[in-house]
Design a binder for this molecule. Structure first.
Ligand SMILES: C[S@@+](CC[C@H](N)C(=O)[O-])C[C@H]1O[C@@H](n2cnc3c(N)ncnc32)[C@H](O)[C@@H]1O
Ligand SMILES: Nc1nc2[nH]cc(C(=O)O)c2c(=O)[nH]1
Ligand code: SF4
Ligand SMILES: [Mg+2]
Length: 206
C-alpha cells in the first residue's frame, strides 16, 4: 500500500493510494512457473504481504482505515481521495463490504483487473486489461487497457466491447522499444486507440 501517481491510462498523473492485493489467478507469481502461466509477461511482484504498508487486514474497516491514514500522510486533509485496487488480481478479494467501507471514508475507487472475474457494484473506475488463454467476463467498464502486442489478442478483438476508452500499453520487457513503436503505429492508424505509457517507470516512482 503506497502513495504515488497513477502512471497509466486515463488517470495518468492523478494522486492515488495504490493497494496491491497478493495473488493472481493467471500466474502463481513464482518465476519458475512463469513459462506455464496464462499470463507470462507480468511486471509485478505480488507475492506475500511484506511490501511497503503490507499486512493482512482482519476486517474491511481496518483496511479502509489504513488507506485513509496513507492518504492523510501523503496529502493531509485534501479532497480527491482516490484509491487504485490492483495486484495480483484484486477481484479475487475486493467485495461489497470493502467497497462500502472505503466509500464511507470518502474515497473514489478504481480497479485494475484482468477481467476474468465480474466486478462488484460500486467501483467508480473499472480498468480491464485482457490476457490470453483466459475467459473475460467483465466486458464493460471505463477503460480497456491492452498490453500490446499479444499475438492471440489483436486490438480488433475488443471492437464491440462496452468501454468508454481504449488504450494500448506497450509490453515492457526486452522488446519495449519495438513494442512502443508498434503501438504508436497502431494508434496512428486506429484513432480510437490511445497510447498508454507506464510513466511511473520513466521517472522512477512506484
Ligand atoms: C500487474 S497488473 C495487476 C492488475 C490485474 N491483474 C491486471 O492484469 O490487469 C497491472 C497492469 O499492469 C499491466 N502490465 C503487466 N505486465 C506488463 C508489462 N510487462 N508491460 C506493460 N504492462 C504490463 C497489466 O496489463 C495491468 O494493466
Ligand atoms: N504509478 C503506478 N501506476 C500504475 N498503474 C497501474 C499499476 C499497476 O501495477 O496496477 C501501476 C503501478 O504499479 N504504479
Ligand atoms: S493477470 Fe495481472 S497480476 Fe496476474 S500475472 Fe497477469 S499482469 Fe500480473
Ligand atoms: Mg505496475
Amino acid at each position: 500500500m503506497f502513495a504515488t501517481l497513477q502512471g497509466e491510462g486515463a488517470h495518468t498523473g492523478r494522486a492515488s493510494i495504490f493497494c496491491r492485493f497478493t495473488g493472481c489467478n493467471l500466474w502463481s507469481g513464482r518465476e519458475q512457473d512463469r513459462h506455464k502461466a496464462a499470463c507470462t509477461f507480468c511486471d509485478t511482484d505480488f507475492l506475500g504481504t511484506d511490501g511497503p504498508g503490507g499486512a493482512r487486514f482482519e476486517t474491511p474497516e481496518a483496511l479502509a482505515d489504513a488507506l485513509a491514514l496513507r492518504w492523510y500522510e501523503a496529502a493531509g486533509e485534501s479532497e480527491g481521495r482516490y484509491v487504485v485496487f490492483t495486484g495480483g488480481e484484486p477481484l479475487l478479494q475486493v467485495d461489497p463490504p470493502l467497497i462500502a467501507a472505503v466509500h464511507a471514508r470518502g474515497f473514489e475507487i478504481a480497479i485494475e483487473s484482468n477481467g476474468t472475474l465480474e466486478a462488484p457494484e460500486g467501483i467508480d473506475w473499472i480498468c480491464v486489461s485482457p490476457k490470453p488463454s483466459s475467459r473475460i467476463v467483465q466486458r464493460s467498464g471505463h477503460e480497456l487497457k491492452l498490453v500490446f502486442p499479444q499475438e492471440s489478442l489483436p486490438p480488433s478483438t475488443f471492437d464491440s466491447w462496452d468501454f468508454s476508452q481504449f488504450w494500448l500499453q506497450p509490453m515492457d520487457g526486452p522488446d519495449r522499444a519495438a513494442n512502443t513503436a508498434a503501438a504508436v503505429a497502431y494508434c496512428q492508424k486506429n484513432p480510437r486507440w490511445r497510447l498508454s505509457l507506464q510513466t511511473h517507470k520513466l521517472i522512477g516512482i512506484p
